[in-house]
Design a protein around this ligand. Structure first.
Ligand code: ATP
Length: 799
């Protein structure tokens, strides 16, 4: 036995040596390329000094190319080279642009009658492609067509692949190799020797690794069904569904990298990834840089998607479910349409001004109303100006009619101000003595234009216009909705009284300008208001001219420039309002109002949408599905389903499936790819001390696993749970049930399933999410409310 082990070890060492030699060759070539690039940069600088337009253009082009080389080659990839495939002879002898043979199917005579065959081609796969000096491929970029068989080939459908090898390396050192044999029935030869096979597969090795607080890329172990999604053509909409842990998030991020590789020019318009929570953004944002992509992809939480509305920090608070339900619903749109127009009228407190008729007016003696009293200045109800030596006045009714007439139609309110101004002048003119003074049209027109000029530059008129048709801000309108009476008017026949009260109350945290903490659902409301209100055009400040700006993408490739790649990505994301491709992660959770917000960012985009209806925390999935359809319009869709759960061991998946049956009867669970033999544990609260029970369990799990422990509680226990765990160090995280979405931990503690399930109408689905976060171990801690049996199993999780 020992002799056999030693033989395996020496075979493994030999194969590691073989790959080490290859990696050495690759690095040697990379160094040559770096020297070339440095030379190009030097040369480019010299050319820049010549100063003729031709030389400058050439310099720019050279700097651009050299920038690409330097930036990519200097990137510290931890495992630059990670895969290899050994292939049979292909059907045709054609080579693709990367130097590899293109055929997927083996030639008819590739396998001999005695089931033996020769390896005709070996390809190494890495994060970027490298050609040797004769343009033969040393490493193929993982996204190139020639690399597809590395992911697609299976023993059932092997194509030309005989052996698929995952190479583990760090920097310049190869640490290990794991092989999968795709054609075990063959006796294959490589250079006359029998093809060796090491280990039993890379996938299991990857899945067994401890988790950290950031997601890893899966580039070396993408599975066939996932690869189909990643490389699906970009046209229109790609929809991916699949249960927890099937790799939807991973696939979506790899797809972003693939699309950029495939058509960088097209996606220079940016890729937006919409994530449900800031926690999931933080968890996933390292994946794209590890794939060599950064600048063009913006990963944003749905609560910070609308910069205009939310500011850079975004929203992190959550409304109670009943309020979230109102704010997210498409009924809200009707309310906002009315509010955005109604907010022009400001009841305010200023009615008690010194106007002789007891009315608020602008003009003559009684105008200084703005700023009097507390709260917003009231909307003036009279405009009085002096024209041709006489007073001309518009009363409340006349003003009302003008307002209604300007507001007819659907144009954004703030953009209607010039029209309002014009109609006011028309009305004043019609009442003035100027009208009818001349019959000659030219003279009449001249008089009219000097009337307009005189009246519209008068302070009285300007102040009136500012108060009567103020520029509205989304936050200001939102704050106006905190007034229950006004909101009641705007929501008539749309929301019932109870809903109006709840909604108004939830907005009381904002001050009059709308400053104050925003909830995640407020953001989509603000974004909608932004569209309904519009932004008046203001001339932009001119930027200084920089010739390098003309080369798109150059800044991203020039690490020595002041702005870092990340800063640039953030700036571009903030400046961008529309994207070339939109990826929606956890799409089942977007509310109708959020779909509208996201839809506006991808009006001309192609889309990738990943989600799982069984994990939806939105109470009316049908309504959300309709809103999704509206956002996507009639674009054709291509649908994929992922079926294998790579995260949870079978023991945990089985338990979660019980809740799935309650939450979505008839819905199938994905099949778990591995089993650990460790069953979930059930604990009940001891001595009524929930904190101590949870803490003790978290501590126990910390000792059991190498990586992270997540403790999931009902949303209203979030703050409490953080305190319970404060002393246990950084490997433990406390999460509200809605925050657990998309995340994973080596071990999790789910606290009181009943509390989580009762939290909202979608509570059972939220519980299903909570139960599917662990890669190794799960403990459920039950309180009284969970009605645990003698084994501690809560009511909801019993057979
Ligand atoms: N092909 C793969 N090779 C290695 N690991 C994988 C593979 N596919 C998925 N995983 C791992 O499985 C875990 C789950 O993946 P991911 O978070 O993308 O799933 P998901 O479908 O988005 O899950 P959920 O719906 O629960 O959020 C991650 O740790 C991911 O790295």
């Amino acid at each position: 036995m020992a002799a056999q082990d030693a033989a395996v070890d020496s075979l493994r060492d030999r194969e590691i040596g073989v790959e080490q030699e290859h990696l050495d060759r690759v690095y040697h070539r990379l160094e040559e390329k770096i020297h070339e690039a440095e030379f190009l940069m030097d040369d480019a600088v010299k050319r820049g000094q010549v100063g003729t337009p031709g030389a400058l253009a050439e310099r720019d082009a050279q700097v651009f190319r050299a920038g690409i080389h330097l930036n990519r080659l200097n990137s510290e990839f931890e495992d630059f080279l990670f895969g290899r495939i050994d292939l049979l002879l292909g059907k045709d002898g054609e080579r693709g642009p990367d130097g590899a043979y293109t055929s997927v199917e083996p030639a008819d005579d590739a396998v001999r009658g005695d089931s033996s065959a020769d390896i005709a081609e070996t390809l190494h796969i890495g994060r970027i492609g490298v050609l040797d000096s004769d343009y033969a491929p040393l490493v193929i970029d993982w996204r190139a067509p020639a690399a597809a068989p590395f992911y697609r080939s299976t023993p059932k459908d092997p194509g030309r692949v005989v052996r698929r090898r995952v190479i583990r390396s760090k920097g310049r050192r190869v640490l290990g190799v794991e092989d999968d044999l795709m054609r075990p029935e063959l006796t294959a030869y490589l250079g006359g020797d029998k093809l060796p096979v090491i280990g039993d597969g890379a996938l299991m090795a990857a899945l067994g690794q401890a988790r950290s607080h950031t997601m890893r890329d899966i580039v070396s172990s993408i599975q066939a069904e996932q690869d189909l999604v990643i490389r699906a053509p970009a046209a229109s909409v790609t929809e991916v569904s699949g249960g927890p842990g099937t790799g939807k998030t991973a696939v979506a991020l790899h797809r972003a990298a693939y699309l950029l590789y495939q058509d960088r020019r097209r996606y220079a318009g940016g890729i937006l990834v919409v994530s449900p929570t800031p926690l999931l953004v933080a968890y996933t944002e390292g994946v794209l840089p590890s794939l060599g992509e950064e600048g063009q992809v913006a990963i944003r939480a749905v609560g910070s998607l609308s910069d205009e509305a939310a500011g850079v920090e975004g929203a992190t608070t959550y409304d109670e479910p009943a309020v979230a339900r109102i704010k997210g619903s498409s009924r809200m749109l009707q309310v906002l349409r009315k509010a955005s127009r109604g907010a022009l009228e400001q009841p305010g407190t200023a009615r008690r001004t010194a106007d002789p008729d007891g009315q608020l007016s602008f003009g003559d003696e009684a105008d200084e109303t703005a700023g009097s009293g507390e709260g917003a200045p009231a909307t003036p109800t009279r405009l009085r100006v002096v024209a041709f030596g006489a007073r001309v006045e518009l009363n409340a009714d006349e003003l009302h009619r003008i307002r209604q007439s300007v507001l007819g139609g659907t144009a954004p309110v703030n953009l209607l101000r010039p029209r309002a101004r014009r109609m006011l002048l028309d009305a004043l003119w019609n009442k003035s003595s100027g009208r009818g003074r001349y019959t000659d049209p030219e003279l009449a027109a001249e008089l009219r234009s000097s009337f307009d000029e005189d009246v519209s530059t008068e302070t009285v008129f300007l102040d009136f216009l500012n108060a009567w048709w103020p520029e509205l801000t989304p936050r200001g309108v939102l704050a106006a909705m905190a007034d229950e009476k006004r909101l009641g008017r705007w929501a008539r026949r749309v929301l019932n009284q109870g809903e109006v009260r709840r909604l108004a109350r939830s907005l009381k945290r904002l001050d009059r300008e709308g400053n104050g903490p925003l909830s995640v659902h407020d953001v989509a409301v603000l974004d909608e208001l932004q569209t309904l209100l519009g932004t008046p055009h203001r001339p932009k400040k001119k930027r200084e001219f920089d010739p390098l700006d003309q080369l798109t993408g150059l800044e991203e490739l020039m690490p020595q420039r002041e702005e870092t790649q990340r800063e640039r990505a953030e700036r571009l994301a903030a400046e961008r309002t529309e994207y070339a491709h939109v990826i929606v992660d956890e799409a089942q959770d977007l509310t109708p109002m959020q779909w509208r917000m996201v839809g506006r960012r991808g009006r001309h985009a192609t889309w990738t949408i990943v989600g799982d209806p069984a994990q939806s925390s939105w109470s009316d999935p049908d309504e959300a599905a309709r809103a999704r359809d509206e956002a996507l319009g009639s674009r054709p869709r291509r649908r994929f389903t992922l079926t294998v759960n790579y995260r949870n061991p079978a023991e945990i998946a089985e338990l979660a499936a019980k809740v799935l049956t309650l939450a979505m009867p008839g819905m199938e669970s994905p099949s778990a790819v591995r089993s650990t033999g460790v069953k979930p544990r059930f604990e009940t609260v001891r001595d009524g001390d929930l904190a101590a029970s949870v803490r003790e369990e978290a501590r126990r799990l910390l000792a059991e696993v190498d990586g992270t422990v997540g403790v999931v509680v009902a949303m209203n226990r979030r703050a409490q749970a953080r305190e319970w765990l404060a002393e246990l160090g950084e490997r433990v995280v406390a999460l509200g049930s809605l925050e657990a979405k998309g995340l994973e931990y080596d071990a999790t503690v789910v606290v009181s399933p009943a509390e989580i399930a009762d939290e909202s109408p979608a509570g059972l689905r939220v519980l299903y999410v909570a139960l599917t976060r662990a890669t190794q171990q799960l403990t459920v801690v039950s309180g009284e409310r969970d009605l645990p049996d003698e084994g501690g199993v809560p009511d909801l999780l019993r057979d």
